[in-house]
Design a protein around this ligand. Structure first.
Ligand code: FAD
Length: 385
């Protein structure tokens, strides 16, 4: 049996919830299909010591401030899970957990999208895809990666230093040796977590020297800079450089502590991996029991493959959030290519609002019988971008 609705939102993490909030405000009928059995999106899988890079009051979805916690400026992942769980409930968002979307196809008669799931099919007039990146960890091709006989993990597999206990290299005082690769917030935080634990020997590797933001700058500034960039681009004043112009790593307290204790100095990228560790450009060798790849993600958009929209690096070309080749499809979250700071808690609200407005307008036009005259890729008024 096929069920019908105005909009199917795929993914019930922060991006899907923000979409739901704004679709509700537009008075549209919708459902949010989420593969995870419980609320919280990818936050429920992040490592134990993770700290948000922005304070709670600057990490809020539309309509509801994230509660602060006395004595803790940068909340942990569990706090975000609790917030998203409450958000979903508070707004009565129709999230169907435990439902994985396998494919989105154009309807044979051309005026709807068929959303195929492991729990049956939905027919929607529009779709918002908000499936994040967590399920598509990326590891770069480093020479010798297949030779290394120790453990290889990605950010998604890391939980805590205790996972690395056990007999280690005697030359390292019996400690386990771990190489952490990646110069972003994940790499810095995980390297700091291991370094501060003291039971693990850590080598932190970054492709270019790590760029810490000044200690008095946090995620608030990142968002401000992203906003300033969007405004400058909108007003034709040129590209101000975005958040990358500030630095890559927010010096949250554990990162600062490890850095200030001299335990967080980075080495340049390895020349190649060997069976037992890493060889450097100068020919020297470091033994390792494990490598943690904090090397990023790709968008999880395999379910959209039947629409044939894929561009370079797995990105689907968009105008704002709307897919260029399919005006009934919007993409939310994923990265800056779907809107400045779209993949952050505070940043997703605006693109979610724009997507919901755009869909409401499209559906009104379709209902008025003007759909056939709608240009495929063009915005009808673009006023909200
Ligand atoms: P997700 O949280 O990944 O949610 C996607 C949802 O879609 C999941 O529930 C998943 O089950 C579901 N899904 C996936 N595929 C399907 C499918 N085929 N069918 C149905 N459902 C599906 N942002 C900040 O604002 N502040 C921070 O401090 C911060 N720190 C970060 C630290 C790390 C380590 C990472 C990785 C990211 C961080 N971010 C931070 C960025 C961002 O906020 C998160 O990545 C966020 O989880 C993205 O939300 P999302 O809703 O787009 O995706």
């Amino acid at each position: 049996m096929t069920r019908h609705t105005d909009v199917v939102v795929i993914g019930g993490g922060q991006a899907g919830l923000a979409a739901g909030y704004h679709l509700r405000r537009q008075g549209l009928d919708f459902v949010v299909l989420d593969a995870d059995p419980a609320p919280g999106g990818s936050w429920q899988y992040m490592w134990d010591s993770l700290r948000l890079f922005s304070p709670a009051e600057h990490s809020s979805l539309p309509g509801r401030l994230m509660p602060t916690r006395p004595g803790r400026t940068y909340p942990g992942a569990a706090h975000v899970v609790a917030y998203l769980t409450d958000y979903e409930k508070r707004y009565g968002l129709p999230v169907q957990h435990g439902t994985r979307v396998d494919a989105v196809r154009r309807d044979d008669d051309g005026d709807g999208l068929m959303v195929e799931t492991d729990a049956g099919t939905w027919r929607a007039r529009a779709v918002i895809s908000a499936t994040g990146t967590w399920s598509r960890p990326f590891v770069p091709a480093v020479p010798g990666r297949g030779l290394f006989t120790g453990r290889q993990l990605h950010t998604v597999d890391y939980r805590c230093p205790a996972d690395f206990t056990g007999p280690g290299d005697l030359a390292a005082g019996g400690r386990r040796r771990v190489i952490v690769v990646g110069g972003g917030n994940s790499g810095a935080q995980i390297a700091a977590d291991l370094a501060l634990d003291g039971n693990v020997g850590v080598t932190w590797v970054t492709r270019r020297p790590p760029r810490f933001l000044p200690d008095d700058i946090d995620g608030r500034a990142l968002f401000d800079v992203a906003t300033a960039r969007r405004r400058a681009l909108e007003q034709g004043r040129g590209d101000t450089g975005g958040v990358a112009s500030l630095g890559d790593i927010v010096a949250v307290p554990p990162v600062r502590a490890a850095r200030d204790a001299g335990r967080l100095s980075a080495r340049p990228m390895v020349a190649q991996l060997t069976a037992t560790g890493a060889r450097w450009a100068d020919g020297s060798h470091t033994r390792a029991d494990a490598i943690v790849w904090c090397t990023g993600f790709r968008p999880a958009v395999a379910h959209l493959a039947p629409l044939g929209l894929r561009g370079p690096r797995g990105h689907i070309p968009t105008d704002g959030t709307r897919a260029l080749g399919e005006p009934r499809l919007h993409l939310l979250g994923y990265g800056d290519w779907t809107g400045p700071a779209s993949a952050t808690l505070i940043g997703v609200g605006r693109p979610a609002r724009d997507a919901a407005r755009d869909i409401a307008r499209l559906l009104r036009q379709t209902a008025a019988g003007s759909a056939s005259s709608l240009p495929i890729a063009a915005s009808t008024d673009g006023s909200t971008r």
